[in-house]
Design a protein around this ligand. Structure first.
Ligand SMILES: Nc1ncnc2c1ncn2[C@@H]1O[C@H](COP(=O)(O)OP(=O)(O)OP(=O)(O)O)[C@@H](O)[C@H]1O
Length: 471
């Protein structure tokens, strides 16, 4: 039994009242009280259903239950679905069952999650529900935050899983149990004498997520801080609150600075920006960028920072900043424009970089720097120097090029798919510079580095990579 909070004097678990208050708060800002409860059959979502069912009369909730059969593990999946259907029936609640089957290998988790949320959105629409509830817990929150830290997240990622977000035009996705620990949930299930179905893949320690759950967090709790899960939960809440506060402070500066936002260009007033820190300027440019819908994939923290510095300097200049966007600084007018000119295609031939340094790549219209990092200079990317063999070659794409991008566990994909995903216009694809060593492509400039050269905790020397597009 958790030592810090157990049961109140009516025998209800002490966490139930904060959960009830949180739900009541959500109901105040919503017209409807119809809820779809997403139940996998696992302990967390089964407990969520029992809690919502218990609170339904006093909060006037109308519940239905939804389960998506992912088809994994055959009979097991059918048993999960039957279990959830029976549970819904025993509580007298309507039940929706969906079926989904993977269409490509190797992406099960991501595809299943996307399919699940899309299906839940449809079910909510069909049932006229304003809320879809899922069973994430405080432990899920802690695992997510740790996972993001390990992957090099910025402060935005520390906000972790939000308790509420939009799932569709009039539907909110909510997580009522986000402040309840998995242990408290297990205790409640025992108290209710409620069975559940467990997913064995949650315990498969070949998945990073399961290793964080079963190895890293228990070790941190045993050796460093017994309250680590609560501490990370608090960090998530504080980071989200800070984010919100920052957004509201930035909004007035943003309204003064943004003159217009069109599909191909953003116009900003430099005078409204220049007194602010590069961080604030970068944030405003970034928000405008996202409002236009330009892709963010190639936009590293270093790039946002460089844009902010150019704006602050105010020197008339044009730079190409990635994703086919040019930044023009001209007196007090800042223009970000999607570049539609095709790259020059004649005399495209490889250029060598014999040792760390810089090289002009005329056919791509820019200069590539690859140097050992020994101070805080800004780079687009840093990679592990000891995993790279000089001389490096900068060459254009060749038919059949394969590439294993960062974050895809070494899986190789056709380069043309990556260029398409990075929204490189077809007219530019023949002249995208590829930085290579003898083992293949290590940087698709300026979009993605290869997984094999990423820096890790074992990295001792870093190679900083920078691409400067000339006007
Ligand atoms: N097959 C399913 N049918 C209905 N709801 C589900 C199903 N699988 C998961 N859920 C809902 O989603 C919640 C989170 O599940 P889980 O942690 O397995 O998902 P995840 O892939 O980690 O998702 P997320 O990215 O949202 O964390 C569950 O508590 C449950 O409410």
């Amino acid at each position: 039994m958790p030592e810090d909070r157990a049961f109140d004097d009516t025998g209800r678990p002490a966490w139930l009242e904060p959960v009830r208050r949180r739900i009541a708060g959500w109901l105040e800002s919503s017209a409807g009280a119809d809820w779809v409860v997403a139940v996998s059959g696992g302990g967390d979502s089964v407990c969520l259903l029992r809690v919502l069912h218990r609170l339904a009369p006093e909060l006037n909730l109308r519940l239905s239950v939804a389960h998506l059969d992912h088809g994994v593990r055959g009979e097991q999946a059918r048993d999960d679905a039957r279990f959830v259907e029976d549970l819904a029936g025993s509580l007298g609640l309507p039940f929706d069952l969906g079926n989904w089957r993977p269409t490509r290998a190797g992406h099960f988790e991501v595809d299943a999650r996307t399919a699940r949320y899309a299906w839940l959105r449809e079910i909510a629409k069909a049932r006229g529900a304003s809320f879809v509830a899922v069973g994430h817990t405080r432990d899920d929150q802690a695992e997510t935050i740790i996972h993001r830290i390990l992957r090099g997240s910025g402060p935005r990622g520390l906000a972790g899983i939000p308790p509420r977000r939009a799932l569709g035009p009039a539907v909110a996705l909510v997580r009522p149990l986000l402040d309840v620990t998995r242990r408290e949930i297990r205790d409640e299930l025992v108290r209710l004498n409620q069975t559940c179905r467990e997913d064995p893949t949650n315990d498969d320690v070949s998945h990073t997520r399961a290793r964080i759950r079963h190895e890293l967090l228990p070790r941190l709790a045993a050796e460093y801080n017994p309250q680590i899960v609560a501490a990370l939960g608090r960090l998530g809440t504080l980071a989200a609150a800070e984010r919100e506060a920052l957004d509201s402070l930035i909004r007035p500066i943003e309204s003064a600075a943004v003159r217009s936002i069109d599909p191909d260009r953003i116009v900003l007033d430099r005078r409204a920006l220049v007194a602010h820190s590069p961080f604030v300027i970068a944030e405003i440019v970034r928000r405008a960028w996202l409002a236009v819908g330009w892709p963010e994939m190639a936009m590293t923290a270093g790039r946002w920072q460089r844009i902010a510095e150019r704006i602050k300097e105010g020197r008339p200049s044009v730079i190409h900043i990635g994703e086919g966007v040019a930044l023009r600084v001209d007196a007090d007018v800042i223009l970000l424009e999607r570049d539609r000119e095709p790259a020059p295609l004649d005399s495209i031939s490889p250029v060598a970089l014999e040792a760390p340094g810089a090289v002009d790549v005329a056919w791509a219209g820019g200069r590539l720097t690859a140097e050992i990092v020994n101070n805080a200079s800004s780079y687009d990317e840093t990679i592990d120097f000891d995993r790279v063999v000089f001389p490096l070659i900068v060459r254009p794409p060749a038919p059949g090029d394969l590439f294993a991008p960062l974050g895809m566990s070494g899986r190789r994909v056709p380069l043309r798919n990556l260029l398409r995903a990075c929204r490189v216009p077809p007219s530019h694809r023949r002249a995208v510079p590829l930085l290579c060593d003898q083992s293949g492509i290590l940087w698709v400039v300026p979009h993605r580095i290869a997984d094999r050269v990423k820096t890790t905790e074992r990295t001792t020397r870093r190679l900083g990579l920078r691409w400067e597009q000339k006007a």
